[in-house]
Design a protein around this ligand. Structure first.
Ligand code: GDP
Ligand code: MG
Length: 413
């Protein structure tokens, strides 16, 4: 965990974020089994990576579209982080998706800021609404929104002025604009090179104006992008897009797995562990196949299969994935779920010896009675499960020999 901590700090993840993340993962990692051939520290890197992905992922990186036109996106962020550039990129991105876009220039402070957006607008062929620099930003925003409604624009992207640091003037201005625009999205633009300050920065913007997501820019640089993790940890909001260059095409949806790999910077360890994992699954499958062929499929395997099925998710989803099984009624699905639980309880009441030798149960009524008592089920239920296992053995063996090139009875010439 010390190595992980160092890796995260080197990637510029903010210190408090590193602390809480490391603490959480440490708790989660305890008790996790290590794959054969992999060292525990290597396995841990994989655990950390998966947690990073989980933490940064979850929601789809799309924009929340409003029900009535236009969907308004308000941009926020410090000066120079790439807000104006991101406006142009977003406009192009949505235009390519067939949306009618418009941009609004409200940065009345920096000379040439309006021209910059107008130029980008020409480049991506999206109209820009501007009203000079003599009226206040929220007033420009109001006029821009009215114009967008008139032209029945799908997406209105509002560029704003940043400051070098978080300051009250900027926040008040953004709050005013938010009131006027009622935006579906308030996207905080964060420079990936932002170091340790990212957490405080995100926190300040989120508390003051409430962000809905973020855009991480300048990922084409050599920063490891730890700010991404800080954004998520501090605000609970997703990164929706990443910017990877100055050109208008250089915008991509955010991919949590790629980002996690980049932040950790331990790609070779990760691919090694993943490979080991695959090998293990293959070995398990081979083992099972061997057991089936030798008709040794026992209650341990039965339980493993049952649990694997349960892990796949709610029964109705599993069933919908199986060909020809899509028409199970809700009632039948509930029954199936219940019987999985019953099977588990009965197998838990068996001795290890009984689990690996189902014959013992088949031959001994007193053993079956004991299992029934222990699991709180009836003796008929136990007998039924035992005979089910033997039927399964036979069916699986048949199926396997067909799959291995045997012939289907009745179909051979
Ligand atoms: P704003 O002050 O937040 O509006 O920032 P600008 O959009 O004007 O961008 C500031 C500078 O960063 C400009 O030179 C941009 O070309 C550059 N820039 C913006 N996004 C990216 C990016 O993703 N990668 C790189 N390399 N440069 C970027
Ligand atoms: Mg700008």
């Amino acid at each position: 965990m010390r190595d992980i901590r160092r890796a995260l700090l080197e990637a510029d993840v903010s210190l408090p974020v590193v602390r809480s993340f490391v603490k959480n993962v440490t708790e989660k990692a305890i008790g996790i089994g290590v794959i054969k051939g992999v060292r525990p520290d290597q396995q841990l890197v994989k655990v950390v990576n998966d947690e990073l992905v989980k933490l940064m992922g979850g929601e789809a990186a799309d924009i929340d579209y409003s029900k009535s036109k236009p969907t308004v996106i308000l941009m926020a962020g410090l000066q120079g982080v790439g807000k104006t550039t991101a406006c142009g990129k977003l406009a192009l991105y949505f235009k390519k998706k067939g949306k009618k876009c418009m941009m609004v220039a409200t940065d009345i402070y920096r000379p040439a800021a309006i021209d910059q957006l107008v130029t980008l607008g020409k480049q991506v062929e999206v109209p820009v609404f501007e009203a000079g620099n003599q009226i206040k930003p929220d007033e420009i925003a109001r006029l821009g929104l009215a114009e967008a409604k008139k032209r029945s624009v799908d997406i209105l992207i509002v560029d704003t002025a940043g400051r070098l640091q978080v300051d009250k003037g900027m926040m008040d201005e953004l709050k005013q604009m938010k009131k006027v625009l009622n935006p579906s999205e308030v996207l905080l633009v964060v420079d990936a090179m932002t170091g340790q300050e990212a957490a405080a920065l995100v926190s300040a913007f989120n508390l003051e104006i409430g962000i809905t997501g973020a855009i991480l820019t300048k990922l084409d640089g050599d920063s490891r992008g730890g700010a991404a993790l800080s954004v998520r940890e501090v605000s609970g909001r997703p990164i929706k897009f990443v910017g990877q260059g100055e050109s208008m095409e250089a915008l991509e949806p955010f991919y949590p797995d790629r980002m996690a790999g980049r932040i950790l910077g331990m790609g070779d360890v990760l691919s090694f562990v993943e490979k080991a994992q695959e090998v293990m699954l293959e070995e398990e499958a081979e083992e099972l196949q061997k057991k089936i062929m030798e008709a040794k499929f026992d209650f341990n395997d039965f339980l493993k299969q049952t649990r694997a099925l349960a892990r796949m998710g709610p029964m109705n989803r599993v069933v919908s994935l199986l060909p020809g099984m899509g028409k199970m009624s809700q009632e039948q699905i509930r029954e199936a779920e219940k019987s999985l639980k019953i099977v588990e309880s009965m197998i838990s009441s068996m001795t290890p010896k009984e689990r690996s030798n189902p014959e013992l149960l088949a031959q001994s009524p007193s053993r079956r009675r004991r299992v029934a008592l222990g699991s709180g089920r009836s003796q008929e239920q136990v007998s039924q499960m035992v005979s089910q296992l033997f039927q399964m053995r036979a069916r699986m063996k048949n199926l396997m020999s067909i799959m291995q090139g045997g012939s289907i009875p009745g179909l051979d010439n």
